[in-house]
Ligand binder design. Sequence first.
Ligand code: NAP
Length: 443
Amino acid sequence: MRQIQEAIVADASAEELAALPIPETYRAAFVRRSDAEMFAGRESWEKDPRESIQIDHVPVPELAPDEALVAVMASSINFNTVWTSIFEPLSTFGFLDRLGKESVWGARHALDHHVIGSDGSGVVLRTGSGVRNWKTGDKVSIHCNYVDDQDPTSHDDSMMAANQRIWGFETNFGGLADLTVVKANQLMPKPTHLTWEESAVNALCGSTAFRMLVSNNASAMKQGDVVLIWGATGGLGGYAVQLVLNGGGVPVGVVSSPEKAELLKKIGCEAVIDRKAENYQFWSDPHTQDETEWRRFGKKIRELVGEDPNIIFEHPGRQTMGASVFVCRRGGAIVTCAATSGYMIEYDNRHLWMKLKRIVSSHFANYQEAWSMNRLIDRGAIHPILSEVYALEDVGEATRQVHQNRHEGKLGVLCLAPEEGLGIQDPDKRARIGEDKIGMFRR
Ligand code: NAP
């Protein structure tokens, strides 16, 4: 692996990379099937990813004809890394076992260890015999939509495919490792002005935010739309704010500290609500929501931007959904992709139907949507929201930071990249776009 690392850092040719042997094992972050019950009886917040995430060597899987073997230079922590590591809402080994029953190639995934991670940047080392558009030496970023392209249901919007999965969450061989095996249709060109770690953090959260806001498959934001964004400096929110500004909308960002409020202003979001400072109590007890608090929240939004939101960018779920449905404008859309604070949702349906609001579901992004987001990043219209970088050995600690909501933006992870700052292919473009923009979330 050292030879592969040195060759990539030295910008070796495709021929040189093709001549290097692939090792039999590789370093990876994974959870173990035998640990699935280790947190039984503990509250969610007490479950510590540092206890469940292992860093060790695992066997390199065989490459299927439609796959590429990628040397992962960097990856990132996503909230699904948290879910896998605390075995909530269920153990991900069930996903792997189901995939294992689908085909001979699927059977490779049903192992007693699950290599996690749903983001990555790196270099293609080998391609399967059926891969046409990618070759050894290509520098890539990886999106996580894992789809069987021989399934007819995947050929309209591939997120509608009956067997659609998220790589590194519902499949094995994820990105938090020195190597990964991905389908060729997960590959995208690495943005040429970014480092490995800056290129590795965008695909999952950025593409999800793109589909939710920009795509016709969800809310299709128009110029001038007011968009309320929960968690506006988090992984999803940091891209959502940028997409709204880039598309001529008016973002209203919700955060939970003065530091995050300051960061939001820095990236150009003028309307900011600090939910902690305002002390909203949408739930007066675990079973009852308080409409007066929804009203107080709605009034604050009107004070800031003069009108109600056309779109609500929803993901906290149970804690916020009642308020989200209430404050959305007549005819507006609540677009939801998650439920971090609880998935059994309650809202007052009268506010939904009487004002003709829509709840729109959204989940990751199809290849076209992920590619469009990657293109915006490559053109310097949207920037990475990388705040901090961890070593692969410290994935447990990084995941804990995200679980405890102590982070901003995205946490990057160095895999084969020996240090930060490597991988920039076009320094002139980087200078034109500006370090201040590219590094706006850096701590
Ligand atoms: P993140 O980086 O942790 O950001 C989430 C933000 O939400 C936090 O920064 C926090 O901001 C805010 N938040 C958390 N709990 C809240 C609550 N109870 N009330 C209001 N705000 C709250 O996570 P992320 O990457 O953005 O992901 C967010 C959720 O979306 C996760 O559940 C994740 O699994 C899911 N997700 C789904 C998809 C998909 O394809 N379906 C894709 C990506 C992520 P403040 O504390 O500053 O308010």
